[in-house]
Design a protein around this ligand. Structure first.
Ligand SMILES: C[S@@+](CC[C@H](N)C(=O)[O-])C[C@H]1O[C@@H](n2cnc3c(N)ncnc32)[C@H](O)[C@@H]1O
Length: 259
């Protein structure tokens, strides 16, 4: 497992679709690409060109050029076709560094945030990772592309089934369940990393309890509709839980099954 440097990251960015972000220059186009994805979308729509040029452009400008250093994360971001995880009408915008709506009031996270959280998780090939908040399945695909064994939980049934379809169609091995992730997934614990992509107002204790040795929990915590704080928690040598503040973020709320 790679060591995460104990640096505080000055982060002011957003996961929801509400914060305007500067558009990137559209230098690539589907017509420029030569590699095609050979799967068929679940809804029967025509599969677009792989758009590797646009993806590489995004990664070069907004991920590799910033503070994301883990080559496994950068490579996964270059590989995973984000346009297959967004609604067809938004596919053209898939390689902007911004969150996009995916229906049901939810969003696919900004690519930079996906890379930042994957980096902070400090996992690699063979590590077992739990994601809470499957959404589109894109973050799960990035973790799978990093070689992780991925378990992911989504509270909205339609999103869980859509993500499962998208992941299967593209050949990413991830186990998706429709459930409230507050309690984690005891059956598969302990995990080498746990990532939460919606913001609760406190850290769910079951997620701390399901962290394996040297594992990290990366989670935004804070009030609904206000700026939250991205935290990375892990155990020190004495078993104490230590939190590292990764900076301010804005995520969709962590909801509960009874709400
Ligand atoms: C910002 S979106 C996640 C983006 C996702 N990781 C992706 O790559 O598309 C947050 C997701 O968390 C889900 N969510 C919120 N509370 C949850 C809970 N208690 N358990 C599981 N999923 C939850 C939401 O339904 C939403 O799909």
């Amino acid at each position: 497992m790679r060591r995460w440097p104990w640096l505080l990251v000055g982060l002011v960015t957003a996961c929801s679709s509400s914060t305007p972000l500067p558009p990137i220059t559209e230098e690539g186009s589907a017509a420029d690409t030569s590699v095609l994805v050979t799967t068929t979308a679940a809804d029967g729509t025509t599969i677009a060109a792989d758009r590797a040029d646009e993806r590489n452009d995004l990664v070069d400008k907004y991920i590799a050029a910033r503070d994301i250093e883990d080559p496994i994360v950068v490579q996964a971001m270059r590989e995973v076709p984000r346009h297959h995880f967004v609604p067809a009408e938004l596919a053209e915008q898939a390689y902007r560094d911004s969150a996009l709506p995916i229906g049901h009031g939810q969003t696919i996270s900004q690519p930079y945030i996906v890379a930042l959280m994957s980096d902070a998780l400090d996992v690699g090939p063979g590590d077992k990772v739990l994601e809470i908040g499957t959404g589109s399945g894109y973050q799960a695909a990035v973790l799978a592309a990093m070689g992780c064994e991925v378990f992911t939980m989504e509270i909205i049934p339609e999103l869980a089934s859509g993500a499962q379809r998208a992941l299967s169609n593209l050949g990413y091995a991830a186990t998706v369940v429709n459930a409230d992730g507050y309690f984690g997934w005891e059956e598969h614990a302990p995990f080498d990393g746990i990532i939460v992509t919606a913001a609760p107002d406190h850290v769910p204790q079951p997620l701390i309890d399901q962290l394996g040795e040297d594992a990290a929990l990366v989670i935004p915590v804070g009030p609904i509709g206000a700026v939250q704080t991205m935290w990375r928690f892990n155990r020190d040598d004495t078993g104490q839980i230590i939190g590292q503040n990764l900076g301010p973020v804005l995520f969709v709320p962590f909801t509960r099954a009874e709400e």
